[in-house]
Design a protein around this ligand. Structure first.
Ligand code: COA
Length: 280
C-alpha cells in the first residue's frame, strides 16, 4: 500500500458509481478512494502513527455524513497501514481541547459512524489505540492482521471511555474482560479480539486491506434496500442507547480532559516520560 504525505484539507465529494470510475482525494491525514460503490477511507499520517487530529475527525465525519445520503456509496471501508491502524487521539490535540467538548468534530464523527445506515468494514493491523479500537465497535465486519494490538488506555490518561465503548465492550466480552481493557488499560491481541467477536477473521497483515476490499465488493453488489433493512434490524433498539451513551461519555470525557491527571498524562507523553499521579 502506498502512502502520500498528508496535505492540506480537501473538500472532494468522492462519489463513484458502479461503473468502475474511481475518485481519489487526500485530506489532512486521510486518503479517500471511491470505486464500484465502495468508499475507502485510509488513515495516512504515518509519522504520528495515524493519530487522529480534530481535522481528521472532521474529514471522517464529513465522509460518513455525505456517504449516508450518496446513492453511489453502498459500503464504507476504514483502513490503516500494515504496521499501524491508529495511535488514537492525537495527544497534542487533547492538550488544545476546548472546554466546550460535546461539539468537537470527534463527536460528530462518532455520532455519524454509530448511526451510519450502510455496511462499514475495517481492516486493522498493528496498534489500534483508543478510538482506533472503539471505532471498530461501530463496524459491521472487521479483518485483523495477526500483528493487531488493541488498547484502551483511557484511565491511564486520566480519561474515561468514549464512542459508546463503556456500553458495547462489556456486552461484547463480559464485564471482567472489559474491565481489564478499560480499567487496567491492558492491551489484547488479534486472537482474543476474534474470540470475543470484535474481529471476524485474522489474516497476514499484508492481506488485511485486500480482505476487507473483497468483502466490501461482495456487499456492494447486493441489493441495497435489503442491506439497509438487515443492518437496521441487527442494530435494533441498541442504536438509540448507544447514541445516548456516546453523549453521556462525551460530557464526562470533556470534564476529565481538563483535569490535572489528564494534563499530567499528556505532558508526560509529549515529554517521553512516565506520568506521576502520586499527588492526584
Ligand atoms: N498523539 C500524538 N503523537 C503520537 C501519538 C498520539 N496519540 N502516538 C504516537 N505519536 C507520535 C510520537 O510522539 C512519535 O512522534 P516523534 O517521532 O515526533 O517523537 C511518533 O508518533 C512515533 O511514535 P512512537 O511512540 O515512537 O511509535 P512506536 O511504534 O514506538 O509506538 C504506539 C506506537 C501507538 C504504541 C505509541 O506511539 C503509543 O502508545 N501512542 C500513544 C497512544 C495513546 O495513548 N493514544 C491516546 C489514546 S486515547
Amino acid at each position: 500500500m502506498s502512502h502520500s504525505s498528508p496535505t492540506s484539507s480537501t473538500n472532494s465529494t468522492n462519489s463513484a458509481g458502479s461503473t468502475g470510475r474511481a475518485d481519489k482525494a487526500e485530506g489532512a491525514g486521510i486518503l479517500r478512494h471511491a470505486e464500484n460503490g465502495v468508499l475507502t477511507l485510509t488513515l495516512s499520517r504515518l509519522d504520528k502513527k495515524n493519530a487522529f487530529t480534530q481535522v481528521m475527525y472532521g474529514l471522517f465525519a464529513d465522509a460518513f455524513e455525505q456517504a449516508a445520503d450518496d446513492a453511489a456509496v453502498r459500503v464504507v471501508v476504514v483502513q490503516g497501514d500494515v504496521t499501524v491502524f491508529s495511535a488514537g487521539n492525537d495527544i497534542a490535540d487533547f492538550q488544545q481541547a476546548p472546554r466546550d467538548d460535546g461539539d468537537r468534530p470527534v463527536f460528530r464523527f462518532l455520532r455519524a459512524i454509530a448511526a451510519f445506515p450502510k455496511p462499514v468494514l475495517a481492516a486493522v493491523c498493528g496498534p489500534a489505540v483508543g478510538i482506533g479500537t472503539t471505532l471498530l465497535l461501530h463496524c459491521d465486519l472487521v479483518y485483523a492482521g495477526d500483528n493487531a494490538a488493541f488498547a484502551l488506555p483511557f484511565v491511564n490518561l486520566g480519561l474515561c471511555p468514549e464512542a459508546g465503548s463503556s456500553l458495547l465492550l462489556p456486552r461484547l466480552m463480559g464485564h471482567q474482560r472489559a474491565s481489564e481493557a478499560l480499567l487496567l488499560g491492558e492491551p489484547f491481541f488479534a486472537e482474543a479480539a476474534q474470540e470475543v467477536g470484535l474481529v471476524n477473521r485474522i489474516v497476514p497483515p499484508q492481506e488485511a486491506n485486500a480482505m476487507a476490499q473483497i468483502q466490501a465488493v461482495k456487499l456492494a453488489a447486493k441489493p441495497l434496500a435489503a442491506l439497509l433493512a438487515t443492518k437496521r434490524l441487527l442494530k435494533g433498539a441498541q442504536q438509540a442507547e448507544v447514541l445516548a451513551r456516546i453523549d453521556e461519555e462525551a460530557r464526562i470525557f470533556g470534564e476529565l480532559l481538563q483535569s490535572p491527571a489528564a494534563r499530567e498524562a499528556f505532558s508526560a507523553f509529549m515529554e517521553k516520560r512516565k506520568p506521576d499521579f502520586s499527588r492526584l
